[in-house]
Write a protein that binds this ligand. Structure first.
Ligand SMILES: Nc1nc2c(ncn2[C@@H]2O[C@H](COP(=O)(O)OP(=O)(O)OP(=O)(O)O)[C@@H](O)[C@H]2O)c(=O)[nH]1
Ligand SMILES: [Mg+2]
Length: 333
C-alpha cells in the first residue's frame, strides 16, 4: 500500500484511485490518521496547486430532483469551462432498519464517462446527524484543494440544512412544484437558511408558477429585509433555467480571488467542526475542558490547526485512560 503522501501529485492530476485513497484517510477515525491528514494538507497547501474550490450545498426534499439537476449542472459546467473541475459529494440517508447504508439510485448522478474533471463520491449519513455524515466536512477539506467546485447533495430533513449552512459557501434549496398552501407549512427556520431557492421540475408549468408566487409571498413574510433572494426555476429534463444557475456559479468563482481570505474562511469552519468533534467524542466534559484551554480556536492555533488539535486531544485521552486503568487495577489489588 503506497504512502498516501506519495499520491498527492496523482491526485492533483485527478487520478481517481489516488483521490479515493486520500479520501479514505479523511474518513479514517483512528488517531494516527489525524497526523497523516495534517501532513497531506500541509503538502497540498505548499504545492502551489491548490484549487481552493467553492462549496455549494444542494439540499431539498426527497425526490425533488437534486441528483438529476446536479448531474446536468455538473456536465454543463465542465463542458463550458475547459480549465475547471468539479466534484460531487452526495450524502445519503442511512437505512434506519439495518443501520447500514443503502447507497443506490437516489444519489446516483449521471456523469459523462471518461471525464477526469468530474468526480463523484457518496457517503452514508450518520443516523444522529440528520442528513450529513460525521466525515463530510473532513472530506471537504481535502476536496477544497483538488477541485474548483464542490457540490454537496444532502436530503433536507431539518438538521442537515443547519449543518450545510455551516459548511457551504452557498446553499441552494430545491423544491418541486407543490400545491401553493404547502409552502406555508415549511418551517420558517428552514426558509431562512438558503441563499437561493430552486423550483425544479418547472416543466410542470402551472404548478411551478403557483409555487413560485407562494414562495415569494412567504419569503416576504419570513425574510422581509431580503427581497432579492434568488428563486431559480429549472427543469433538469428540458434544461430550462440551468444557464442562470450556472451563471451564479461563475460569478461566485469570479469573486474568489484572495487565497488568504479563502483559507481563512475554511479555518473558521474548521474551528466550528473541531468544537463539534470534541463534543461528539468527549461530551460536555470535553467542552468544559476546551473552554478551560481558551476555546477551540486557541487550541488549534497552538497545536498547528485542526488535525494537530485532534491529535493532541486523542493522545491526551489515551494517556488519561492508561492512568485510569492502572488506578483501577491498583484499587482492585
Ligand atoms: N419532470 C421532471 N422530472 C424531474 C426533474 N428532475 C428530476 N426529475 C425526476 O424526479 C425523480 C427524482 O429525481 P432525483 O434526481 O433522484 O431526486 P433527488 O432529489 O436526488 O432524490 P433523493 O436523492 O431521493 O432525495 C426522477 O424520476 C427524475 O427523473 C425535472 O426537472 N422535471
Ligand atoms: Mg438524490
Amino acid at each position: 500500500m503506497p504512502d498516501p503522501l506519495d499520491l498527492i501529485p496523482a491526485a492533483f492530476e485527478r487520478q481517481k484511485f489516488a483521490i479515493a485513497r486520500l479520501i479514505s484517510v479523511f474518513e479514517d477515525p483512528r488517531p494516527e490518521a489525524a497526523e497523516k491528514r495534517k501532513l497531506i494538507l500541509e503538502k497540498m497547501q505548499s504545492s502551489g496547486k491548490s484549487r481552493r474550490g467553492v462549496f455549494l450545498g444542494f439540499t431539498g426534499t426527497p425526490g425533488a430532483g437534486k441528483s438529476t439537476l446536479v448531474g446536468e449542472l455538473a456536465n454543463r459546467f465542465i463542458a463550458s469551462n475547459p480549465e475547471k473541475s468539479l466534484a460531487v459529494l452526495a450524502v445519503d440517508p442511512s437505512s434506519h432498519v439495518s443501520g447500514g447504508s443503502i447507497l443506490g439510485d437516489r444519489t446516483r448522478v449521471r456523469f459523462s464517462h471518461g471525464e477526469d474533471r468530474l468526480y463523484f463520491r457518496s457517503q452514508a449519513s450518520d443516523r444522529e446527524l440528520g442528513g450529513i455524515s460525521r466525515t463530510t466536512f473532513s472530506v471537504l477539506r481535502l476536496l477544497y484543494h483538488l477541485f474548483d467546485v464542490i457540490i454537496i447533495e444532502t436530503v433536507g430533513i431539518g438538521q442537515s440544512e443547519i449543518e450545510i449552512q455551516q459548511t457551504a459557501d452557498r446553499v441552494f434549496l430545491l423544491l418541486q412544484p407543490l400545491a401553493g398552501d404547502q409552502i406555508q407549512f415549511m418551517k420558517a427556520g428552514i426558509m431562512e437558511i438558503p441563499d437561493s431557492f430552486i423550483i425544479n421540475k418547472s416543466d410542470e408549468k402551472e404548478a411551478a408558477e403557483r409555487t413560485y408566487h407562494a414562495l415569494r409571498a412567504s419569503l416576504q413574510l419570513i425574510r422581509p429585509g431580503d427581497s432579492k433572494v434568488p428563486i431559480f426555476r429549472t427543469s433538469a429534463i428540458t434544461g430550462m433555467g440551468l444557464a442562470e444557475v450556472l451563471e451564479s456559479f461563475a460569478s461566485m468563482i469570479a469573486q474568489r480571488t484572495d487565497p488568504a481570505s479563502l483559507d481563512a474562511s475554511l479555518y473558521r469552519r474548521e474551528v466550528y467542526y473541531f468544537e463539534k468533534w470534541v463534543k461528539d467524542e468527549l461530551g460536555r466534559q470535553g467542552l468544559r475542558m476546551l473552554t478551560h484551554l481558551g476555546g477551540a480556536r486557541e487550541l488549534m492555533d497552538r497545536a498547528g490547526g485542526f488535525d494537530g488539535a485532534q491529535k493532541v486531544i486523542l493522545q491526551s485521552v489515551h494517556t488519561s485512560f492508561e492512568r485510569l486503568e492502572s488506578a483501577v487495577e491498583k484499587s482492585l489489588d
